[in-house]
Design a protein around this ligand. Structure first.
Ligand SMILES: [Zn+2]
Length: 433
C-alpha cells in the first residue's frame, strides 16, 4: 500500500515538474501582447518626437537635431548608440556620416539580426514626404521589441539613414552600405507613409550620367564652317535616345536636361553639357539601357566631331530583390491588424530610392501605411499636412505594431529567416542571368 502510495506521489511530483517545465519553456517566449503594450505606452512620447522632427524640417546631410533626438530616445530604450559613422570619403565629406547613426540591442542569446531603418530628412517644403513618420514608426517598433529582447534570442539593429531625398548622390544608405554598417543584418525593415497600405516593393533602378561635349567656337555667321557645335552633339544625343525609347520595355525611363548649350547666339557653342537619368524595374535592364544611352552620346560625338567627355557615375540606385513569401508575412500582419481591404493596394507608378540598394543587398520590406486620401501626391503640401496630422499619427502607430510583430515572428522562428534568405539568394542569382 505504502509502496503504491509512494509511486502515486512520485507520479504527482513528476507531473508537476513536467507542467512547470512546459510553463517555463512557454513563457521563455514573451507574449506579443507585451510588444503591443510597450508600443502603446511609448506612443505619446514618440508623437512628440515626430512633431519635433516635423518642425525641424532638416534637409539631407543637415539632420543634426533630428538624429540627435532619435539617438537620445534609442539610448533611453536601452540601445547602445553610435554616431559619426565611417563611410567612403568620396561619398560623404571627410568620410564621416555625421547625421547617420547605428543603435544595437542584443537579446537573450544568438539569433537573427533584425534591422530597422529610420529616415528623417525633409524637403524644401518641409516634411512633405513624411520622413518624420518613418523615423518614429521605426522608433516605436524598436520600443516594442526592446520590451521583449531580454527573453528573446537575436539582435535589433536600428540604423539612422540620412539624406534619402538626394539618395542618388550616394550620401545616405549607399555610403552606409559601403561603410559596412548593415553587415550582419539578416532582415531589414523600413516604413513609408503614403495614400494606401502596401508591401509593394518595386522601385526603379537608376543611373545618372553627365555628358560634356567640347567643340570649337567660331563666328556663327562669318565663319560657321570653322566651328564645331557642341550643342549639335547634345541635340543628336537627344534625338538618338528618343529613337532608343521606342525599343525599350515599358517600365524603362530615359530623361535628360541640357545644362549648358552656348552663351551667345552669334558664336558656335564650344561647350555643351547634358545630364541623363536612365531607370528600369530591374538593375540589369537599367545598366543595359544606360550603356545604349552612352552610345547615343558617342553618336553625337562621331557626327559632329565635338569631343565627348563622360565619367562612369560613382553610384547608382538599384532595384530591390523582392521575396514574395516575406512580403506576404507583412501583408498577413496588416490584415490581422484589421486594416480594411479597400485601403490595401499595389502601386502602378514607381520611383527610385537608395532603399533599393539595401533591398538589393539584404531581404528588405518597405511597409507603406496610409496617412492621406488616395491620390494625394508625395512631396505635395497636402501630404506634408497629413504627415503632421493626428490621423497620420494613428496609422504610424499601427505601422510600428505591424513591423514589430512581424520582426517578433522572425526572431521566434529563425527557420523563417533562413527561408527568406534562401529565396532572396535564388532570386538574386536569377537576376544576373
Ligand atoms: Zn520619401
Amino acid at each position: 500500500m505504502r509502496r503504491t502510495m509512494w509511486r502515486f506521489r512520485e507520479r504527482i511530483i513528476l507531473f508537476t515538474v513536467l507542467v512547470l517545465w512546459t510553463f517555463v519553456v512557454d513563457t521563455s517566449w514573451a507574449d506579443p501582447q507585451k510588444i503591443l503594450s510597450a508600443i502603446d505606452v511609448n506612443a505619446n512620447p514618440c508623437k512628440i518626437v515626430s512633431q519635433k522632427i516635423f518642425d525641424f524640417k532638416e534637409l539631407g546631410q543637415q539632420e543634426f537635431k533630428s538624429s540627435a533626438l532619435l539617438k537620445e530616445e534609442l539610448q533611453k530604450l536601452g540601445f547602445k548608440v553610435e554616431g559619426d559613422l565611417k563611410v567612403p570619403a568620396d561619398l560623404v565629406k571627410d568620410g564621416i556620416a555625421r547625421t547617420a547613426f547605428k543603435a544595437e540591442l542584443v537579446g537573450k542569446g544568438p539569433g537573427p539580426t533584425i534591422t530597422i531603418m529610420l529616415e528623417y530628412d525633409a524637403l524644401k517644403n518641409g516634411h512633405s514626404c513624411g520622413h518624420n513618420l518613418i523615423a518614429t514608426s521605426g522608433l516605436l517598433a524598436a520600443a516594442g521589441l526592446a520590451s521583449i529582447m531580454k527573453d528573446t534570442p537575436g539582435r535589433i539593429l536600428v540604423i539612422g539613414t540620412p539624406d534619402e531625398e538626394r539618395g542618388s548622390l550616394g550620401g545616405g544608405k549607399i555610403a552606409l552600405l559601403e561603410g559596412g554598417h548593415f553587415d550582419g543584418s539578416d532582415i531589414v525593415f523600413i516604413t513609408h507613409p503614403g495614400d494606401r497600405w502596401s508591401v509593394d516593393q518595386r522601385l526603379l533602378a537608376m543611373k545618372r550620367g553627365t555628358f560634356v561635349f567640347r567643340g570649337k567656337s567660331s563666328h556663327a555667321a562669318f565663319a560657321p564652317h570653322k566651328g564645331i557645335s557642341a550643342l549639335d552633339a547634345v541635340i543628336l544625343m537627344f534625338n538618338a535616345t528618343d529613337m532608343l525609347r521606342e525599343h525599350v520595355r515599358q517600365d524603362v525611363r530615359i530623361h535628360g536636361i541640357i545644362k549648358k548649350g552656348g552663351d551667345l547666339v552669334n558664336v558656335v557653342p564650344e561647350l555643351a553639357e547634358t545630364e541623363f537619368a536612365v531607370r528600369a524595374l530591374d538593375t540589369m535592364t537599367m545598366e543595359e539601357t544606360y550603356r545604349k544611352v552612352v552610345n547615343c552620346a558617342k553618336a553625337g560625338e562621331l557626327a559632329t566631331g565635338a569631343k565627348l567627355e563622360f565619367k562612369e557615375p560613382r553610384t547608382s540606385l538599384k532595384s530591390p530583390i523582392v521575396v514574395p513569401g516575406f512580403a506576404k508575412m507583412v501583408l498577413d500582419q496588416i490584415k490581422a491588424m484589421g486594416i480594411p481591404e479597400s485601403d490595401i493596394k499595389d502601386f502602378h507608378e514607381f520611383a527610385s530610392s537608395d532603399l533599393g540598394n539595401v533591398g538589393h543587398a539584404f531581404p528588405t520590406i518597405n511597409l507603406w501605411f496610409k496617412i492621406a486620401p488616395e491620390g494625394t501626391a508625395l512631396h505635395s503640401d497636402a501630404f506634408r499636412e497629413a504627415a503632421g496630422s493626428d490621423e497620420g499619427w494613428k496609422a504610424t502607430v499601427m505601422a510600428a505594431k505591424i513591423i514589430a510583430l512581424t520582426a517578433y515572428d522572425l526572431l521566434k522562428n529563425p527557420e523563417k529567416v533562413k527561408a527568406v534568405q534562401g529565396k532572396f539568394k535564388e532570386l538574386k542569382a536569377q537576376e544576373s542571368k
